[in-house]
Design a protein. Structure first.
Length: 510
């Protein structure tokens, strides 16, 4: 478990670097390639188009080739893209490679986030908080390093450093073993498997859908077998379960610990839904999200994988969550990527000094993320989100009204904005997932994908605004986005989640 959280944190540190490298180097890149803000903003937009593709593809790839292989693919894409950046190719090549970089860090963020939320059932907010802290440290370090490199006239060295770190993560995901969490890391929900010692074909207990076993029925000859859905043999639900238990014993190998982990999962591998096969003797057929009943075993048996679905009535909450992440990530990316440009225009700072202001923003973000677990435990998710979004709105409104001579006030408000925005993404993601139980991978992917879409569209709009107007109008736009974000949050908190009708409900999102 410790190795998993450490490698997850290292991966988030690397994608934190990758997220902000464009913003930290925007001014020298514009000079190198003789670009305006709109053209330079296309680089950021292209990266987030790739980000969007990466997070949308993450669940499908994870379910087919496994989470480990998906992370190797993602880190490989990021490594290759940053290596190409290192050569300072023609601008068209940079725009062509940018979606590959975005694909890499977007898929990594989605897969690692869903994996950590699956494995760490307790202390979920603290675990996600540590990931976000490491993301913030990466986003803090990159502008500082870029500032030093800009002063030394060697700013392109930022890309080889990022290439090396992404390559290290790639090798670690390929080679490390994670002990008890290994099954979750390497899990492939749709891959068929045979139970060792079983008389016929059966998906392993950890796979999708109703577990099928071959069982001899009364009146059959010695050579005949009848396929039934495990746990669905009338009222005597233990019959099929006993058959599976005996056939699965040789495959389990590690005894009780392996049996406890052998839950039947849905397509996202989340252990909170499906059949607890080995633990409960398959006394019940595979559960479903939204209370839908499994197919009866009489006269028919199916080996189709169980595909969980959102509960009825959950779509308004899902839609509000998607809009929330679309707007929040768009706002954060506009602010973070264009803050050095704003400081150059607003206070006349040099490029290196303006890039260092971005480190101030991410530094206070890291500080805020260190206390996410304690803050949510004391106040609850709802109160934490309300205070964070409301205070962020106030900071951005005040920032848009600061005069050109108010550098000190501007720095204070930048620091406060980072502090208040610190935990919005992680806590909102946990809140939405707890309101939509049993769909962790899919919900996480949708939320992060909508965030990626916002991160792709709004920086392009911001570049156009900077070219057509000035920095003050850009800050007014971010303040307006924060106001709409607060309204979306109020709507989100007022909605009820999609609770499953069978089994225990999720933990309260408080």
């Amino acid at each position: 478990m410790r190795k998993l959280i450490l490698l997850g944190c290292l991966s988030y540190f690397v994608i934190g670097l990758a997220h902000v490298v464009a913003g930290a180097l925007l001014e020298p890149v514009m000079k190198e390639y003789a670009l305006d803000y709109s053209s330079a903003g296309q680089w950021i937009t292209n990266q987030f188009i790739g980000f969007l593709i990466g997070v949308l593809a993450a669940p499908a790839l994870s379910s087919r080739i496994g989470r480990r292989s998906t992370l190797v693919l993602a880190m490989g894409a990021l490594t290759i893209a940053e290596a190409v950046y290192s050569t300072l190719p023609p601008w068209d090549i940079i725009l062509l490679v940018a979606p590959v970089a975005g694909f890499g860090f977007g898929m990594t963020e989605a897969v690692v986030g869903a994996l950590i939320m699956d494995v760490f059932v307790k202390g979920k907010a603290s675990a996600m908080g540590w990931l976000e802290v490491c993301f913030g440290i990466g986003a803090l370090v990159m502008p500082g390093v870029a500032s030093l490199l800009i002063q030394g006239g060697i700013w392109p060295m930022s890309f080889p450093v990022l290439t090396a770190l992404a390559g290290i993560c790639l090798l670690l995901w390929m080679t490390l073993s994670f002990g008890e969490a290994e099954e979750a890391v390497a899990y492939v929900p749709r891959r068929p498997a045979l139970l060792e010692g079983s008389p016929g074909e059966a998906p392993a207990p950890g796979l999708d859908g109703p577990v099928m076993v071959k069982q001899r029925t009364d009146g059959e000859d010695a050579g005949g077998t009848g396929a039934v859905t495990a746990g669905a043999a009338g009222e005597d639900g233990g019959l099929a379960g006993e058959g599976l238990a005996s056939s699965a014993a040789p495959a389990a190998g590690s005894g009780r610990a392996s049996a406890v982990r052998a839950d039947a999962r849905g397509e996202n591998g989340h252990p909170s839904h499906g059949t607890a096969a080995a633990r409960q003797g398959l006394a019940h057929p595979a559960g479903s999200v939204g209370g839908s009943s499994p197919e009866p075993a009489e006269g028919r048996a199916t080996d189709r994988p169980f595909r969980p679905r959102y509960a009825r009535g959950s779509m308004p909450l899902l839609t509000a969550g998607m809009l929330f992440f679309f707007l929040y990530v768009g706002m954060e990316m506009v602010f973070a990527n264009y803050l050095p440009s704003v400081m150059t225009a607003q206070a006349g700072l040099k490029e290196a000094e303006a890039s260092a202001v971005l480190s101030l923003f991410w530094g206070t973000m890291v500080a805020g993320r260190l206390f996410i677990g304690a803050a949510t435990k004391a106040a609850g998710y709802r109160t934490y989100l309300l205070v964070s979004v409301g205070a962020s709105l106030v900071s951005l409104v005040l920032m848009s009204g600061v005069s050109e001579s108010g550098l000190s006030w501007m720095l204070v408000l930048v620091a406060l904005a980072g502090l208040f925005m610190a935990g919005i993404f992680a806590v909102a993601l946990i809140y939405v997932n707890e309101k939509l139980p049993g769909m962790t991978d899919r919900t996480t992917s949708l939320m992060v994908a909508c965030g990626g879409l916002g991160g792709a569209l709004f920086p392009k709009l911001a570049g156009w605004i900077l070219d057509a107007y000035d920095w003050n109008v850009l800050l007014q736009m971010t303040a307006a986005m924060a106001a709409i974000l607060l309204l979306l949050l109020l709507a989100l908190l007022a909605m009820r989640g999609g609770e499953r009708k069978s089994g225990k409900g999720p933990a309260a999102a408080e």
